[in-house]
Design a protein around this ligand. Structure first.
Ligand SMILES: [Zn+2]
Length: 204
């Protein structure tokens, strides 16, 4: 059986993440690297009901501007592009807006220390007791400025996880495959939920 098309895979994942409440409204964006180019969700489309027309194939290079009818690539395409460049093994990038990501970004400065949980092994951390940290970037109306700041801070051995946070905004993860990136997203969000619940228990 042939593999599903990149469009179908991204549409299906967007619907799954929308149902989890991680891509409410038109929030978030997903991309998948292929030999043809970078498949990415279009800007302003409801993620629970994407059609093939809402997935665009664009060049990785920013010089290749692209329009397909009235669709434009996600406003956050520059963040996807910089991550593919910084981490050349990357085959997929996922960006979502979750309640927990917004809350934990309030608990941190430029870095967020994760709890020493077993699930960190699924994010490539052999010893979770080392308490790895995630980089936290300030939100900016100019997304290209966020992308530029990502490019100045990453890669860095201080940040071994394939994930970052944008304050009061959301989570971005990457992986060699779409399945890897989804696993990274689920595990990072699990860590955020634990942090949020711990904070709320500490306050009682
Ligand atoms: Zn966003």
């Amino acid at each position: 059986m042939n593999d599903p098309s990149p469009c179908l895979r991204l549409r299906s994942l967007a619907r799954t993440l929308y149902r989890k409440g991680w891509m409410e409204g038109t929030a978030g964006n997903l991309s998948l690297m292929t030999e043809e180019g970078l498949y990415i969700t279009a800007s302003g489309c409801p993620k629970g009901s994407l059609s093939d027309l809402d997935i665009l194939c664009i060049p990785l290079s920013e010089s290749g501007s692209f329009l397909a009818g009235d669709r434009r690539p996600s406003a956050e395409t520059s963040i996807h592009r910089i991550l593919y460049r910084l981490f050349p093994e990357t085959g997929a990038v996922l960006h979502v807006h979750t309640v927990e990501a917004a809350l934990v970004s309030d608990l941190s400065g430029p870095e967020l220390e994760l709890p020493p949980l077993e699930v960190l092994k699924g994010l490539g951390i052999a010893d979770p007791s080392t308490r790895p940290v995630l980089p936290v970037f300030e939100n900016d109306l100019l997304v290209t400025d966020i992308a530029e700041k990502i490019g100045t801070r990453l890669p860095d051995p201080r940040y071994p996880l394939p994930a970052l946070l944008i304050r009061h905004h959301g989570t971005t993860v990457w992986g060699r495959t779409l399945d890897d990136a989804l696993r990274h997203l689920e595990l990072a969000e699990f860590c955020f939920r634990v942090l949020v619940m711990k904070k709320s228990l500490d306050m009682k």
